[in-house]
Design a protein around this ligand. Structure first.
Ligand code: K2U
Ligand code: ZN
Length: 173
């Protein structure tokens, strides 16, 4: 397993639409492993392949928050939304590609998704609460959408400028 560097906004790869996965190969299984390791190390509760520069429709997720609970890593490929609740919920979201920045995002409170797992089988599940927020946040990443796209333009611009400054400072020897 390898820790992979996480791309920081602004980066054109974070705005592109990722491509469907057509076959579960050893490389795809290794990618899922690396993404889970990178996510837990960050730490985070979700991570999408474009965030490590891989333009494939896969994200990983483990929103188990209660200490002591067994981790519940999920590998989700080619996700589709089958249903969203009318009820909305607002969550102060962050993003591993936009470090230390947070903003309130309103999304459907529950979502039913269908996807393919590493077992090559089709899976379907309803997600609620933090799992629903995270799954929608990660699916957005596969479509080149970031949580800051839901914020007011001024706030989005201010966050983008902060990230550009952070990247300039990181680049300096
Ligand atoms: O995709 C990512 O960048 C990981 C996101 C996933 C996420 C964002 C907002 C709300 C839920 C999930 C996070 O940075 S993981 C960090 C985190 C941890 C606990 C709660 C919220 C965010
Ligand atoms: Zn994110």
């Amino acid at each position: 397993m390898t820790l992979r560097p996480i791309l920081i906004h602004p980066d054109p790869r974070l705005k592109k639409t990722a491509s469907p996965i057509t076959e579960v190969t050893a490389a795809i299984a290794r990618l899922a492993d690396d993404m889970l390791e990178t996510m837990y190390d960050a730490p985070g509760i979700g991570l999408a392949a474009p965030q490590i520069g891989v333009m494939s429709r896969m994200f990983v997720m483990d929103c188990v928050k209660e200490e002591g609970d067994a981790p519940r890593p999920m590998v989700i490929m080619n996700p589709e939304v089958l249903w969203v609740s009318e009820d909305l919920s607002t969550y102060e979201e962050g993003c591993l590609s936009i470090p230390e920045q947070y903003g309130d995002v309103e999304r459907p409170a529950s979502v039913e998704m269908k996807w393919f797992g590493l077992d090559g089988q089709s899976h379907q599940q309803r997600f609620d609460r933090l799992w629903a927020t995270c799954a929608q946040h990660e699916l957005d990443h596969l479509n080149g959408k970031l949580f800051i796209d839901y914020l007011k333009p001024m706030r989005r611009q201010m966050i983008t400028r902060k990230m550009q400054k952070l990247k300039r400072e990181q680049a300096r020897p």
